[in-house]
Ligand binder design. Sequence first.
Ligand code: ZN
Ligand code: ZN
Length: 154
Amino acid sequence: MQVDNATFQERMARFHEVCRGRGLRITAQRLEVFSALARCTDHPSAETLYRRVHKRVPGITLDTVYRTMEKLEEVGLVLRVSVVGNRMRFEANLDRHHHFVCRGCGVILDVYSAELDQLRLPEKLSAGYVVERSQVELRGVCPRCAEASGQVKG
Ligand SMILES: [Zn+2]
Ligand SMILES: [Zn+2]
């Protein structure tokens, strides 16, 4: 599950631009960890990212991956997605979208939907509250897991 090359290049260009702008050093480790995240669509955990990069980046530790995610989140290049099980998941997709989370295998799919983008605020929040961001998280079972458990509809 990989993004197309144009999207990947766009994310890498933003990475370089933001790091330069924020005076964040582009170390080989940061570059590798971010590339691995920018390339994929599955919203990996830090553990998964670590498994993907550790062969290419000798000496990298899981802790480095965590700290890299924290730093990149701080400068707005990475978003924390959701907790599945007890693992925090990350993504580099900053475009407006929503998520489907499978409770079986833990896959997180990006969902683009104009209807979900335009959800109306409940009355209760109309006075005094400023909503800056909203994202719908749909939880359920993906087709593969539904089939595996003999469950046709969740
Ligand atoms: Zn699943
Ligand atoms: Zn996403």
